[in-house]
Design a protein around this ligand. Structure first.
Ligand SMILES: [Ca+2]
Length: 294
């Protein structure tokens, strides 16, 4: 029979076990329940979207060179100028015709010519500066139009380029040979011009397809005028400075003998006269260096 003391001890043990159960003290290896946070309901965190790729402007398509109408490609090469060879190391383009009054007027908005009435005549009474400004304006226009890549430009021909194109591979006095009696087929000169310019391209072209290289109007070149350096030249661009600029090719006002490929004349760059015009070149820029020897 349990005694009263035994019943008291047994009852206390049962009471303590019940208390432990109610207060959660059922084992030290159970992790504590997480404490509620502010009473709010936990929510799932949405997955983070990957950052967008860095935005870069689309690359513009490369500019493809599109020469203006009537530019004739000329291959690099060598020609004989008096005693010495002159080498042009890079291809270029040159105008098939002298620049017309229509072209000049369209680009610069004025026509300085003496012989009016037909805009297909070559422009004349242009100063060297007028001619250079025309080339610069065409360069800007073509660049804006996306037809002229960086590194190319329109400009006046260097004297060596002009003579090389005029000779068209020949070694004669004229691009058409040495026989001046056939000159009337190729050139407007004092003998047949009736003291006037004529619309460009009416005479036969030279072997490279260029018209009026002899006659009609003389043509401004880029170079300052000085005697040529004695010796072979490679890509000559003329002296650094002088009083006068070169013009070439003869014109309506003078006999055909003055239109020889090698002949040259000169005038101050600020002067314009009614027998001097120009044609243009398209080439890589900057211009080639000017070493004294190849
Ligand atoms: Ca001419």
């Amino acid at each position: 029979m349990p005694t009263a003391r035994t019943r008291l001890v047994t009852g206390s043990i049962i009471w303590l076990l019940g208390l432990a159960t109610l207060t959660g003290l059922t084992g030290c290896d159970q992790p504590p329940a997480p404490a509620p946070t502010g009473g709010s309901t936990p929510t799932a965190t949405p997955p983070t979207a990957p950052p967008p790729p860095p935005t870069t402007a689309p690359k513009p398509p490369p500019v493809v060179l599109v020469p203006i109408t009537n530019m004739v490609p000329v291959k690099a090469g060598t020609f004989q100028r008096i005693k010495f060879p002159v080498t042009l190391s890079r291809d270029f383009w040159i105008g098939k015709y002298e620049v017309t009054q229509a072209e000049f007027t369209e680009v610069l908005g004025r026509n300085p010519s003496h012989f009016t009435g037909d805009l297909s005549r070559p422009v004349e009474k242009v100063t060297f500066l007028d001619a250079s400004n025309y080339c610069a304006a065409v360069t800007v226009r073509e660049r804006k139009a996306g037809r002229l890549p960086d590194g190319y430009l329109y400009r006046l021909p260097y004297e060596a380029e002009w003579e090389y194109a005029c000779r068209a591979g020949g070694t004669n006095l004229f691009g058409f040979g040495d026989d001046a009696s056939v000159a009337a087929d190729y050139a407007w000169s004092a003998e047949n011009s009736d003291a006037s310019t004529h619309p460009v391209g009416q005479k036969r072209p030279n072997a490279w397809g260029l018209h009026d290289m002899h006659g009609n109007v003389w043509e401004w070149c880029h170079d300052w005028f000085e005697p040529y350096p004695p010796g072979p030249l490679r890509d000559p661009t003329g002296p650094a400075s002088s009083k006068f600029k070169v013009f070439k090719g003869g014109g309506w006002n003078q006999d055909i003998e003055y239109a020889r490929s090698a002949n040259r004349f000169m005038m101050a760059p600020s002067n314009g006269i009614h027998f001097v015009g120009f044609r243009i070149v398209l080439a890589q820029a900057p211009p080639p260096a000017n070493p004294a020897t190849p």
